[in-house]
Write a protein that binds this ligand. Structure first.
Ligand SMILES: NC(=O)c1ccc[n+]([C@@H]2O[C@H](COP(=O)([O-])OP(=O)(O)OC[C@H]3O[C@@H](n4cnc5c(N)ncnc54)[C@H](O)[C@@H]3O)[C@@H](O)[C@H]2O)c1
Length: 388
């Protein structure tokens, strides 16, 4: 029998939250990992984080306690630092870039990687919001550039959006997809369009909630309760507070701008106000709720008197059917397939069922359109119209 091919050597640029998480995944699956960061202290912190993560993983695998350290040390032995991007690119078969979210910086990194990497090496970016094509334009061989959008925490979240540009070579996309699948992740294919799948299709989840709050139609708690009742692990306001009001607003702005400022996705003035006031959610002690020592105590004073005039099923439908409308638009724009969108929202945004599965369950597209019309959301209902 021919010997098994050696697992690919994985290069990772940036040893922060995402870089360390992706490195851990690669090490778990037997790869050698070469890590580069401009900051040596970040490498040390990244190595500590990877060690802890591997330890947690070993305990979950129910390894004999005596075997845990040996397993962790064995995996960590595959981790090396590369002093320069050229050294990293020279030996990696696949590179995943997880440095700061800055287009000029990423273009510079990709240019350096492209100059030193073998022709076969796949160059991937973990960008959440930048255009992969804009990064690829900086290099001589854009056909090997791809997006591999992991979610945080990377060792836990199963979803990876594989983002191809108009110039990505299908072989490079297949290799990158096979690699993340071999790491026990679930790859979905997305076009290079604003917000990819999850950050775009799930926008109405928070925007529609904010609209109802702004219009005095539903309180923070009423919205969160209606959504939890539907099987979501948390409501939109709990989610915004957890992610950071500023982070959510930046994502909302990015997708809104990227799609040409559609009215339905216009960011909310409430969030702008909260960010200006420094009320950023859990991390600042106040957002839509108030937190003491990291524990939620009550609704923030600003929202305490908000009224609720809508029934829970109306609140729920405005949100989940809003997501369905965005999902149909994404398919019509060839961002992704319906099946991949369903998977992505279940695995990447904790939806109990995907928007297309929900549409089926609610009697099909015409029934959902009729419900949206009855809810006064004609603009969203139109998104479900037949565009053939
Ligand atoms: N944190 C998330 O939830 C999340 C999720 C998905 C994608 N992303 C994306 O992943 C990327 C990294 O995010 P993060 O949260 O891990 O950031 P982070 O700030 O935790 O880590 C970034 C690291 O990159 C290093 N760095 C900066 N410039 C560099 C350079 N020129 N070369 C090499 N390293 C450099 C920094 O020293 C730092 O250690 C960003 O593009 C972000 O948008 C983040």
């Amino acid at each position: 029998m021919p010997p098994e091919p050696a697992p690919a050597i994985v290069g990772i640029v940036g040893a922060g939250t995402m870089g360390a998480g992706i490195a851990q995944l690669a090490l778990e699956h037997g790869h050698e990992v070469v890590l580069h960061d401009v900051d040596d202290a970040a490498i040390d912190r990244g190595r500590d984080r990877i060690r802890e993560g591997l330890g947690r993983r070993a305990r979950r695998l129910a390894l004999d306690p005596a075997a845990v350290d040996a397993w962790v040390d064995g995996r960590l032995a595959g981790l090396r630092q590369a002093e320069t991007l050229a050294l990293l690119a020279g030996e990696a078969d696949v590179v995943v870039e997880a440095a700061l979210e800055d287009l000029a910086l990423k273009r510079e990194i990709f240019r350096a990687l492209d100059e030193s990497a073998e022709a076969e090496t796949v160059l991937a970016t973990n960008t959440s919001a930048l255009s992969v094509s804009a990064i690829a334009e900086a290099v001589d061989r854009p056909e090997r550039v791809i997006g591999l959008h992991f979610f945080n925490p990377a060792p836990v979240m199963r979803l990876v959006e594989v983002v191809t540009t108009a110039r990505t070579d299908s072989g490079a996309a297949e290799r990158a997809t096979a690699l993340v699948a071999s790491w026990d992740r679930t790859p979905v294919r997305s076009a290079d369009s604003p917000g990819f799948i999850v950050n775009r299709v799930n926008r109405p989840f928070t925007i529609e909630a904010l609209r109802m709050l702004e219009a005095g139609e539903a309180s923070v708690e009423a919205v969160d309760a209606a959504i939890r009742q539907d099987g979501f692990p948390m409501g939109p306001f709990e989610l915004i507070d957890l992610a950071g009001v500023d982070v959510n607003l930046a994502a909302a702005r990015g997708v809104w701008e990227g799609l040409g400022r559609p009215e339905r996705l216009r960011p909310s003035a409430i969030q702008e106000r909260l960010v200006e006031a420094g009320h950023l959610g859990r991390k600042s002690g106040e957002g839509f709720y108030r937190y003491v020592h990291g524990r939620r105590v009550d609704v923030a004073a600003e929202f305490a008197a908000a009224a609720t005039t809508l029934d829970a099923d109306v609140i729920r439908d405005r949100i989940v059917l809003g997501v369905a409308g965005e999902a149909w638009t994404a398919v019509a724009e060839n961002v992704a397939t319906a099946a991949d969108i369903d998977l992505a929202l279940r695995l990447g945004a904790a939806h109990p069922i995907g928007p297309f599965e929900r549409t089926e369950r609610r009697g099909g597209r015409a029934a959902v359109r009729a419900r949206l019309e009855a809810l006064g959301r004609r603009d969203v209902a139109l998104l479900l119209a037949d565009r053939q």
